[in-house]
Write a protein that binds this ligand. Structure first.
Ligand SMILES: NC(=O)C1=CN([C@@H]2O[C@H](COP(=O)(O)OP(=O)(O)OC[C@H]3O[C@@H](n4cnc5c(N)ncnc54)[C@H](OP(=O)(O)O)[C@@H]3O)[C@@H](O)[C@H]2O)C=CC1
Ligand SMILES: O=C1O[C@H](COP(=O)(O)O)[C@@H](O)[C@H](O)[C@H]1O
Length: 504
C-alpha cells in the first residue's frame, strides 16, 4: 500500500473558466499565463474542460495577446511532447475581452463570452467553475469585484463555484487594507477569496512545516534556549526596471517584507498546528503575528539605492525605501529574546532568498570556537534550493584542528530527476482545488499590517529617512551593524558553494 496522501482532494467536474484580469500587464505575462501553460502541459488543466479569458482595457485581438505571451512560455526539461506542440495546444484556449474595470459593458461582454463557452461544453447546464485572477493594481480591486459580483458569477443551477484571487500588496496600511477587506468581504465569502502570496508556493517554504514538525531533531532546539537569532533575507541584483510607477508608491516594505518575508517568519516561528487543515495552520500563523512587539525605531535601517530617482516615473525627492532591515521580536514562551532580522533589498550584490537560523555559542567551549563561527541552519529558498547545516568538525589531518563545514542537502544534486514547480503553478492549482492553506486569511493580513503601519507612516512622512547605498552593494552599512548589535555573528572566511553534479 502506498503512503496516505496529505491532501484529500476529490477531482471536480464541470467546465472551468479562468479569467485573468489585467491580462495586458507584467504579472500576467511573466507569471500567471506561464503558470497556466505549465499546468496545462502537465495535464492539471485539460483542453476539454478549461477555457482562459484575458481581460484588460488595452485594445488587442485574441491573437495579439497570444503573440505577446508566446515568448514567456518557457520550454520544460524532460517533456514528452515538443515545446511547439505544447504551445500550439495551449494558446488557442485563450480568448481576450477588452473593457473598463468600472463600467458594466465590459463585464457584460465578458460574462457573455464565458457563458457561451460553458454552453458549448455542456448545453444541459452542468456545474461550472469560474476563477477570476486579479493581476491588477489593488486600487481597482473594489470596482472589479463589484462588476464580477453583478455580472459574472457562476450561474449554473447544477452547482460549481466562483473564486477570486487577489495579489499583494493588499492595501497600503492597516486602514486601507481593512477598508479593502470590508468592501470585498461584502461581495464574497472568505472561502471565495484567495489572497495570494507567491512565497507560500515556493518549494522550500512549503517544506518548512515538514522540516520542523516531522523531524525530532529540531523539536528540542527550536527555541530561545538554543537559537541566538534568525535572519530572513531577500535580495535582488536588479532595480525597479520600469516598475517605478508601482514601486515608488509602495516601497520595499509593502512589496516584500509585509507579505513574503513575514509569511516565512510565521512558518519558522509558529507552534505545531492541530492538523494540516488550512484553518489550523492559519490559526497558528495569526498567533505569531499577534505576538510581534512594536518595531523599535533604533532597530530599523531603510535605504534607497543611488540612481533610483533617475527613473522618469519616480519623483526626485522620493524617500521610498528600496532596502530595509529591521528586527521583529516575538513576545512568547518560545521566542522571547530572539531577534528575527528581516532584510530585503533591490539592486544588491547578488540575488538570493534564504532563512538563516543561528545557534548560540557552545557553553564550556574547549576548542576556542569563537574564531570559527557558530552553528547555522540555512534554508536557501532560491536560487539553488538547499538546506544546509554549518557545523564545526575536525579537519581531516593528523593534527587536532577544527574547521567549519556543512551537512548539505542541495536539491539540484539530491533530486536530479525532479523539476521543482513554479510557485504560481502550485498556488493556481490550489485555487482550482479549493485549498486555502497557502493563502492569507483576513485576520492574518490585518495582524501583518498592524506590525508595519506605524513604521510605514513614519517613512511616508519622511520622519524616517532612507539612507543611500551603492547599487550592487550589501545595502547601507548601518544594516550590518544593526544585525551585529542584536546578536548576529558573521563567520568570516566561510562561503557555502552549491555542490556541482560532476563532483560526486
Ligand atoms: N509584476 C510582478 O512581478 C508582480 C506583481 N504582483 C502584483 O500583481 C498585481 C499586478 O502587477 P503588474 O502586472 O506588475 O501591474 P501592471 O502595472 O503591469 O498592471 C497590470 C494591468 O493593470 C492595468 N492597470 C495598470 N495601472 C492601472 C491603473 N492605475 N488603473 C487601472 N488599471 C491599471 C493595465 O492594463 P490595461 O491598461 O490594459 O487595463 C496593466 O496592464 C499588483 O498587485 C502587483 O503588486 C505581485 C507579485 C509580482
Ligand atoms: O512580489 C514580488 O516578488 C518579486 C520577486 O519574486 P521572486 O519569486 O523572483 O523572488 C519582486 O521582484 C517584486 O518586486 C515583488 O512585487
Amino acid at each position: 500500500m502506498g503512503e496516505p496522501a496529505l491532501s484529500d482532494y476529490q477531482p471536480e467536474i464541470g467546465c472551468l473558466s479562468i479569467i485573468v484580469l489585467g491580462a495586458s500587464g507584467d504579472l500576467a505575462k511573466k507569471k500567471t499565463f506561464p503558470a497556466l501553460f505549465h499546468l496545462h502541459r502537465q495535464g492539471f488543466i485539460e483542453s476539454h474542460d478549461v477555457h482562459i479569458f484575458g481581460y484588460a482595457r488595452s485594445k488587442m485581438s485574441d491573437d495579439d495577446l497570444r503573440d505577446r505571451l508566446r515568448g514567456y512560455l518557457t520550454p520544460c526539461k524532460g517533456c514528452k511532447e515538443t515545446h511547439e506542440e505544447d504551445v500550439s495546444k495551449f494558446l488557442p484556449l485563450i480568448k481576450y475581452v477588452s473593457g473598463p474595470y468600472d463600467a458594466d459593458e465590459g463585464f457584460l461582454s465578458l460574462d457573455e463570452e464565458i457563458s457561451a463557452y460553458e454552453m458549448s461544453k455542456d448545453d444541459k447546464g452542468g456545474p461550472s467553475r469560474r476563477l477570476f485572477y486579479l493581476a491588477l493594481p489593488p486600487s481597482v480591486y473594489p470596482p472589479v469585484c463589484k462588476m464580477i459580483k453583478r455580472f459574472c458569477m457562476n450561474k449554473s443551477a447544477e452547482g460549481g463555484w466562483t473564486r477570486v484571487v487577489v495579489e499583494k500588496p493588499f492595501g497600503k496600511d492597516l486602514n486601507s487594507s481593512e477598508a479593502l477587506s470590508t468592501q470585498i468581504g461584502e461581495l464574497f465569502d472568505e472561502s471565495q477569496i484567495y489572497r495570494i502570496d507567491h512565497y507560500l508556493g515556493k518549494e522550500l517554504v512549503q517544506n518548512l512545516l515538514v522540516l520542523r514538525f516531522a523531524n525530532r531533531l529540531f523539536m528540542p532546539l527550536w527555541n530561545h534556549d538554543n537559537i541566538s537569532n534568525v535572519q530572513i533575507v531577500f535580495k535582488e541584483d536588479f532595480g525597479i526596471e520600469g516598475r517605478g510607477g508601482y514601486f515608488n508608491e509602495y516601497g520595499i516594505i509593502r512589496d516584500i517584507l509585509q507579505n513574503h518575508l513575514l509569511q516565512v517568519l510565521c512558518l519558522v516561528a509558529m507552534e505545531k498546528p492541530v492538523s494540516l487543515k488550512p484553518e489550523h495552520i492559519r490559526d497558528e500563523k495569526v498567533k505569531v503575528l499577534q505576538s510581534v512587539l512594536p518595531i523599535k525605531d533604533d532597530e530599523v535601517v531603510v535605504g534607497q539605492y543611488e540612481g533610483y530617482t533617475d527613473d522618469p516615473t519616480v519623483p526626485k525627492d522620493s524617500n521610498t525605501p528600496t532596502f530595509a532591515t529591521m528586527v521583529l521580536r516575538i513576545h512568547n514562551e518560545r521566542w522571547e529574546g530572539v531577534p528575527f532580522i528581516l532584510k530585503a533589498g533591490k539592486s544588491m550584490k547578488s540575488r538570493k532568498a534564504e532563512i538563516r537560523v543561528q545557534f548560540k555559542d557552545v557553553p564550556g567551549d574547549i576548542f576556542n570556537l569563537k574564531s570559527k563561527g557558530r552553528n547555522e541552519f540555512v534554508i536557501r529558498l532560491q536560487p539553488s534550493e538547499a538546506i544546509y547545516m554549518k557545523l564545526i568538525v575536525k579537519e581531516p589531518r593528523l593534527e587536532m584542528k577544527t574547521a567549519q563545514s556543512e551537512l548539505d542537502l542541495s536539491y539540484r544534486q539530491r533530486y536530479q530527476e525532479v523539476i521543482i514547480p513554479e510557485a504560481y503553478e502550485r498556488l493556481i492549482l490550489d485555487t482550482i482545488r479549493g485549498d486555502q492553506q497557502h493563502f492569507v486569511r483576513r485576520d492574518e493580513l490585518k495582524a501583518a499590517w498592524e506590525i508595519f503601519t506605524p513604521l510605514l507612516h513614519k517613512i511616508d512622512s519622511n520622519e524616517v529617512q532612507s539612507l543611500p547605498y551603492k547599487p550592487g552593494s550589501r545595502g547601507p552599512e548601518q544594516a550590518d551593524k544593526l544585525a551585529e548589535k542584536v546578536g548576529y555573528v558573521q563567520t568570516h572566511g566561510y562561503i557555502w558553494t552549491p555542490p556541482t553534479l560532476s563532483a560526486v
